[in-house]
Design a protein around this ligand. Structure first.
Ligand code: GLY
Length: 431
């Protein structure tokens, strides 16, 4: 089977690493990819948002399966583009159509979906740009901290949490009146703050059958002790110790099954991942957000724990046979620590030489996934804010972290930065 995978981050390197182990694979292309995917697939210089060029590549290279890594092409309708054209009959596509991707593409859509299907989430209201006064008044109905979300995709920057009333009001003005997030801020969702611990669930579904991948916790803030601005994610751990049988059963019955049933009731076909960001409040799960793809850096700890063949799972998903697929999970723990370029998530340099990548770890103990990297004249250079994901595997989170941090110390580039406290909160809870 010839596969084209779209994307260029650590998530895509992890997907490419996993499916390149499959006996079903003939040829793997990644567009545009990074220096990591370059070592196990053929990188193709294609923009994931340029659907016609991707189409020409698919036809010329007899691609059988298209896997979409990031959210933007899904929300823009890449799956509809290929499924609705008779030129691509037989092409298996992994990812939801635009209607399903709206669960991530519009916070208002997702909240209304949850309300309609009685899926637990924080109380909320949505306001358009001509409703700024109503939006400010609505803050009176919420207890601080105020949670303000731009409706559309905003590269992880569209959620503002503040206890300061003045800042909340100026945030509403920035989004609704000053177009801080462009079209993504044409409306805002204001919701009740939830106090609890976050965990991410990854579900793959064909709209009927589903499989649940290992859960994970990511660390979004740039600074230790969860301080500083939000990032794409500075590290992740899997499993999450507080996800016990009781919490899992509640999540399954109150959230996962109603979500899949809800999509069916709303006549929204779905073929791909649903990444559910949950908050455990007391002992109960509440949905913080839906995403319609795998998480990054969560994928770098989730896929190393999947023992079964991922390409086989995608094949089953594409042929309506997911209910027959035997998903096997490795009991070991996985952790990842992200090496970032100094200045991230603000401005940072690119093109810095990366050293230490040749001393590859024993694959049973660790894996180096590339995120923002590129190959140039035989060298591997930084090409983004998040540069390398140092994944460790071990009998428990502590052991896995030891291996992640050993890797993090062995790879270097100018202005390398990383958090030293990934996973510490869950280790304490484990004891
Ligand atoms: N790590 C969060 C995300 O992928 O959206």
């Amino acid at each position: 089977m010839n596969v084209l995978l779209l994307g260029s981050g650590g998530r895509e390197h992890a997907i490419a690493w996993k499916i390149s182990q499959s006996s079903l694979l003939s040829k793997l292309y990644v567009a545009p990819g990074n220096a990591g995917t370059d070592s196990l697939a053929t990188n193709v210089d294609l923009d994931p948002m340029d659907f016609p060029s991707i189409g020409r590549f698919i036809r010329k290279n007899e691609i059988n399966m298209l896997i979409v890594g990031p959210e933007a092409p899904l929300v823009e309708g890449i799956i509809d583009f290929f499924q609705d054209s008779d030129k691509f009959e037989g092409l298996v596509t992994i990812g939801p159509r635009k209607a399903g991707a709206m669960l991530e593409g519009s916070k208002d859509f997702a909240k209304a979906f949850m309300a309609r299907h009685n899926i637990p989430t924080a109380d909320y209201a949505t306001f358009k740009s001509n409703e700024i006064k109503k939006a400010k008044n609505y803050l009176d109905e919420r207890t601080p901290p105020y949670v303000i979300k731009a409706d559309g995709l905003a590269a992880g920057k569209g959620v503002i949490i503040t206890s300061d009333r003045e800042e909340a009001e100026s945030t509403l003005e920035d989004i609704l009146l000053n177009n801080q997030f462009g079209d993504a801020g044409s409306q805002v969702v204001i919701e009740q703050y939830m106090e609890g611990i976050e965990v991410s669930y990854f579900v793959v579904t064909d709209g009927d059958a589903y499989r649940i991948l290992p859960s994970a916790k990511d660390y979004k803030r740039v600074g230790e002790g969860d301080t500083g601005p939000n990032t794409g994610g500075m590290g992740a751990v899997s499993p999450v110790p507080f996800v016990d049988a009781e919490f899992h059963t509640k999540t399954l019955n109150q959230i996962i099954i109603p979500t899949i049933k809800g999509l069916k009731e709303d006549e929204i076909p779905y073929n791909g991942f649903i990444f559910i960001g949950l908050m455990r409040v007391g002992s109960d799960p509440y949905v913080v957000e839906y995403n319609t793809r795998l998480g990054d850096p969560e994928t770098e700890v989730v896929l190393p724990r999947v023992k079964s063949d991922l390409l086989h799972m995608f094949d089953a998903l594409g042929s309506g046979m997911l209910s027959e697929y035997d998903l096997q999970i490795d009991e070991r723990a996985a952790t990842t620590v992200i090496l970032t370029s100094g200045g991230y998530p603000g401005s940072y340099e690119k093109g810095l030489n990366i050293i230490g990548l040749n001393n590859e770890p024993d694959p049973k103990e660790g894996i180096v996934f590339h995120a923002g990297t590129k190959t140039s004249r035989g060298k591997v250079l930084t090409n983004g804010g998040r540069v390398i994901a140092c994944t460790g595997l071990g009998a428990n989170i502590e052991k896995a972290l030891e291996r992640s941090y050993k890797l993090a110390g062995s790879i270097d580039f100018g202005k390398k930065q990383y958090r030293k406290d990934i996973g510490q909160d869950v280790i304490t809870k484990e004891e």
